[in-house]
Design a binder for this molecule. Structure first.
Ligand SMILES: *[C@@H]1O[C@H](CO)[C@@H](O)[C@H](O)[C@H]1NC(C)=O
Ligand SMILES: *[C@@H]1O[C@H](CO)[C@@H](O)[C@H](O)[C@H]1NC(C)=O
Ligand SMILES: *[C@@H]1O[C@H](CO)[C@@H](O)[C@H](O)[C@H]1NC(C)=O
Length: 265
């Protein structure tokens, strides 16, 4: 092993050790049908299992109820960027998009936990005022500036009702608003089946099964959020991930703008 390779390995080791940023995305499907899809760089990374990213995460999700294409076209789309802020206001942001070709299919909801507990939104009709219908609807985005924040995505229920006041996930909604049948096998098959995941408000204790290594934005096929934009960023180092997230954010905005210009895509 050359000295420089050795040094690089040591640096990588400490980078991973010191920056223990982590975000978990959990699903609850109370519809009684459909399969959740969590998509990162055009690849399915969860069909309902909790997913933990050891670093910033930027991806999309939807409930496959039949008509949805790979990036959620024809269905309600969740767009999320989970990242520890390094500048004021540079933290996490999540939204629901119904910009064509996305289309309302089921009640779609999200909420943060392990920080910004229960903050989120629900779109429960095709004309809800909590989703993007055009690219300028920025008020529908829900931001969170807490570190290591997690996200619960629910279908046919209100995600906020699954977040306890201590910031953990509950297996059933607190205010009995469950508008759908009991959970099916497609529901939160990760952690929140038994009662309490974690009594601390720290996010870093939940270790769901489908956990990933460091989020690795390799050369993506650019399918993020139906985007055809090729991404130039490569590499698995966390140092690059923040840049990549920034470029993805830009990509999402451009995507909305393009959508506004050409309605059929
Ligand atoms: C991703 O998962 C959804 C839901 O199961 C499925 O409909 C879709 O076809 C999958 N996409 C790919 C590329 O495998
Ligand atoms: C969802 O639940 C939260 C907390 O109980 C509540 O504040 C909010 O109004 C609910 N949203 C909808 C759309 O019912
Ligand atoms: C879950 O939390 C509640 C309230 O904090 C507590 O009473 C209960 O014993 C906990 N259950 C488990 C399995 O830890």
């Amino acid at each position: 092993m050359t000295l420089s390779l050795f040094i690089r390995i040591v640096v990588l080791f400490f980078t991973v050790l010191v920056s223990a940023e982590q975000h978990t995305i959990s699903f609850v499907n109370r519809c009684g049908y459909g399969t959740p899809a969590l998509v990162l760089d055009g690849k399915n990374i969860s069909t309902g299992q909790s997913y933990t990213s050891n670093g910033p995460f930027s991806g999309i999700a939807y409930l496959q109820t039949g008509p949805c294409l790979a990036n959620g076209e024809n269905c309600a789309l969740l767009e999320m960027t989970l990242i520890n802020p390094t500048v004021a206001g540079g933290g996490s942001s999540t939204d629901i998009s119904l910009i064509a070709p996305h289309k309302y299919n089921v009640e779609t909801s999200f909420a943060y936990y392990g920080g910004c507990n229960g903050q989120g939104t629900t779109c429960s009709s095709a004309n809800c005022n909590t989703a993007f219908f055009n690219p300028n609807d920025n008020q529908v985005q829900v931001a969170c500036q807490a570190n290591n924040v997690n996200l619960v995505i629910t279908f046919c229920s209100n995600a906020s009702d699954f977040v306890t006041s201590s910031g953990s996930l509950a297996s059933s909604p607190s205010s009995g608003s469950g508008s759908g049948p009991e959970p099916t096998s497609a529901s939160a098959s990760g952690t929140p089946t038994s009662s309490n995941i974690s009594s601390s408000s720290s996010a870093s204790v939940a270790f769901p099964t489908g956990s990933s290594a460091i989020a690795t934005p390799t050369s993506s096929s650019g399918s993020k959020s139906c985007s055809t934009k090729k991404r130039s960023k490569r590499g698995a180092l966390e140092a690059n991930v923040a840049d990549d997230i920034t470029s993805k954010r830009r990509g999402m905005k451009q995507h909305r703008r393009r959508r506004a210009l050409s309605s059929d895509h």
